[in-house]
Design a protein around this ligand. Structure first.
Ligand SMILES: [Zn+2]
Ligand SMILES: [Zn+2]
Length: 740
């Protein structure tokens, strides 16, 4: 599919899309940075927000994505990939403090952990000078608005189809595949293709992806081999405690921590000396988070599952690790290992322990996660000789710093494999430091020249900054299926053109490019067609083009499946039982029917007489002529209702104001209907002894004292009589009769 790309910057006006085939991607966060992930997709008047995080290096309002760039009330759907703060930290704010009114989804484990992580965040951020973005009550309220999605569940809302796939990374992390009008966008969030102890690796959706939005945290870096990393990690911890030091393991409280706990718990089995050395998992969320991991054991990796089934023991019931909420009662006289959050040492437990331990060279810190620029964790990796404590005091930095990456972000090797499997036409890099991203982009440009597979699909690679819009123009292809009688009718038309498709009458045919002036009908089962047909026919079977005006397509389009069919066949092809609504309307009409008939004939053209006093108007509305009434009967639909209403109005107008100018052309010699004439005669007979019908012209004639009076036109009160006084008397009688 062809896409034209235009990059605009912050100050350029918003692109207004009339045809609805322009896809706009706007990062409000995570554009050339790690933190506050938030990406806006806009396509065919539908707006989707992907993630709603905060930036860990900033606090208060500064940590939010650039929400000012959008109108939150226009966002239809908000998808959260996982529970890390850089992906969901701004969610309570966005759900409770903005005009957002759309749907918000995340997976079950994400929601379970989100609740704890954000509650912890609220406590920490209240201690900040900048003030909190939201409060505990906002978080509680936000929970009611979060809907759940399972891996592989497909949800359809407001014309947007989306599916969650396992992203590895942390428990419950999801990638989202979003489909609107056939355009498929895959957003990876944070993902990892590594086979962890406690998690399965990220999946590769078997889909043709038009746009891949992919994290690029590690740029072109390659992680060491998993076994090597495990070995280094246990070695570093071992070295520190063996020399009598205290070992600090700053971790994000839920996620990687669980993987490292499993590794260390297992390692502690290997040597008797460890029996004397305590390991603490110090976090206010420690116990709760372990309970969650025990609950979602079905989502765990093979290691956990095997251990569970072979030993019958939940590996999260640790042998050597104590979960503690605080570090107040910690015995620091002996070597000890402490897992403490946060992972980048910004504040909290890990920072308190670091401040306490950093001057002693026996102690050591092992950094295992990714550290964002501007955090103390990142600063330590630069091996500073001096360090500023939280209270501002400067002290020598003597404790050892080791770094071993357990960060569950895909490295270059894994991302590259992932891209080669998906072969997307467009790649948008997000969630990476600017320079790393630039290097990665250059690497892909190089691969497009050097690598044979890249040469084939030639992806375009973008690394937008925050608030920089990417605009893609897609040619939308709408596909539909024609089934049943409608299909038969179309094929009959082929026959006329000597196109041999008779054997395919009951097959489904595929129509694409409906928006264009011609339809392409492709036989889906063409391999089954008779191979002995001559060449010309085979060609026709391959690709048949028909001018649009050649086929009259009338029927029903089932929106979800894009199936076209005759309206009568709806229950044959789907589970819908069609119902007809019959409408009956009785309208008072006392005048001559002939006059009405002439008017209707003129107005509505098609009037068929079915039998006596029964007519069919425009093939749709039945009309029964009764004494004093006209009855209309029709099956309700837009057209028929309109038709019946017009008929009713005409009848009513004629009945109530027959002398209206509109009807003056419709003359009738005998404008009184028989029924009314009968009534009139009965009425006149109460006053006059001699009332009769003229045999020739059927006019009513009254004879009184040799005066003869003839009613020529009842409606116009035209009365013929030589005696003026008698004439006026009769006119007064007619007036009186009409008012009865
Ligand atoms: Zn993450
Ligand atoms: Zn992240």
């Amino acid at each position: 599919m062809d896409a034209q790309i235009k990059i605009t910057n912050l100050s350029s006006p918003q692109h207004i899309d009339i045809k609805g085939d322009t896809l706009e991607i706007l990062p409000l966060g995570s554009g050339s940075e790690v933190g506050r992930s938030c990406i806006i997709l806009n396509f065919q008047s539908k707006t989707i927000m992907l993630d709603c995080g905060i930036h860990p290096a900033y606090s208060g309002i500064n940590s939010l994505p650039y929400f000012d760039e959008i109108d939150p009330s226009t966002v239809d759907l908000l998808l959260i990939t996982h529970f890390h703060l850089d992906h969901c930290g701004a969610l309570p704010y966005f759900l409770e403090k903005t005009t957002f009114n759309g749907d918000c989804y995340m997976t079950h484990p994400s929601k379970a952990i989100y609740k704890y992580i954000l509650a912890d965040y609220v406590k920490v951020s209240h201690a900040n000078i900048e003030g909190a973005l939201f409060e505990e009550k906002d978080l509680k309220k936000s929970l009611d608005k979060i809907k759940l999605i399972d891996y592989h569940q497909e949800i359809n809302t407001k014309g947007i189809k989306f599916t969650a796939y396992n992203a590895g990374h942390v428990l419950g992390a999801a990638m989202f595949l979003i489909e609107i009008s056939g355009i498929k966008i895959l957003y990876t969030g944070d993902f990892s293709r590594e086979d962890d102890r406690h998690l399965k690796p990220a999946e590769v959706p078997e889909q043709d992806i038009h746009i891949l939005i992919v994290e690029s945290t590690y740029g072109i870096h390659q992680h060491e081999k998993r076994l090597e990393r495990e070995h280094n990690f246990t070695k570093y911890v071992d070295e520190i405690v063996s020399r009598g030091g205290k070992c600090l393991l700053p971790v994000f409280s839920i996620g990687r921590a669980q993987e490292l706990l499993l590794i260390l718990d297992e390692y502690w089995e290997t040597d008797e000396k460890f029996k004397q050395i305590k390991i603490y998992y110090a976090s206010s969320l420690a116990t709760n988070s372990i309970d969650i991991f025990k609950t979602y054991i079905n989502m765990a990796g093979e290691y956990i599952k095997n251990k569970y089934s072979s030993e019958g023991k939940n590996p999260f019931d640790f042998e050597h690790i104590d979960c503690v909420k605080t570090i107040e009662n910690l015995d620091e006289s002996k070597p000890v290992v402490v897992f403490a959050s946060p992972g980048m040492l910004q504040s909290g437990l890990s920072r308190t322990l670091f401040d306490r331990w950093c001057t002693d060279p026996k102690n050591g810190v092992v950094i295992t996660g990714y550290c964002v620029d501007g955090t103390i964790g990142k600063h330590l990796l630069g091996e500073p000789s001096e360090i500023e404590l939280t209270d501002g005091k400067k002290v020598p930095m003597n404790m050892t710093v080791k770094n071993v990456t357990f960060s569950a972000h895909s490295d270059f090797t894994h991302t590259n494999e992932f891209i080669l499997k998906l072969q997307p036409k467009n790649i948008i890099l997000v969630h990476g430091e600017g320079k790393e991203m630039e290097r990665l982009r250059n690497e892909y440009e190089r691969l497009k020249v050097d690598n044979n597979i890249y040469k084939k699909f030639m992806p375009r690679v973008f690394n937008p900054k925050n608030c920089q819009r990417l605009i893609f123009n897609f040619k939308i292809q709408k596909d539909g299926f024609i089934v049943g009688d409608m299909c038969q009718k179309i094929l009959n038309n082929f026959d006329k053109d000597k196109m041999i498709l008779d054997s395919l009458v009951n097959d489904t045919h595929y129509i694409s490019n409906l928006e264009n002036d011609k339809m392409e009908i492709e036989n889906e089962k063409k391999e089954k067609s008779d191979k002995s047909d001559n060449n010309e026919n085979n060609e026709n079977n391959e690709n048949v083009f028909i001018e649009n005006n050649y086929i009259e397509v009338s029927g029903i389009l089932l929106n979800e499946s894009n199936i076209f069919l005759e309206k009568g066949e709806i229950s044959k092809f789907c589970e819908i039982q069609p119902m007809k609504l019959k409408q009956i309307l009785k309208i008072k009409y006392t005048l001559c029917f002939e006059i009405l008939f002439n008017i209707l004939k003129d107005y509505f053209k098609i009037i068929d007489e079915l039998k006596e006093n029964e007519y069919l108007i425009c093939n749709e509305v039945k009309m029964y002529v009764q004494k004093e009434f006209i009855v209309l009967e029709w099956y309700s639909n837009g057209y028929n209702d309109f038709l019946a209403n017009s008929l009713a109005m005409t009848i009513n107008q004629l009945e109530t104001s027959p002398n209206n100018n509109v009807f003056k052309h419709y003359k009738n010699d005998n404008e009184l209907c028989d029924y009314k004439k009968e009534k009139l005669i009965t009425f006149l007979k109460t006053k006059y002894s001699n009332v009769n019908e003229n045999n020739e012209n059927k006019n009513v004639v009254i004879v009184e004292n040799d005066n003869i009076c003839e009613i020529v036109n009842f409606l116009k009160k035209e009365v013929k009589c030589d005696n003026e006084e008698f004439r006026e008397k009769i006119i007064a009688d007619l007036q009186f009769f009409e008012e009865l």
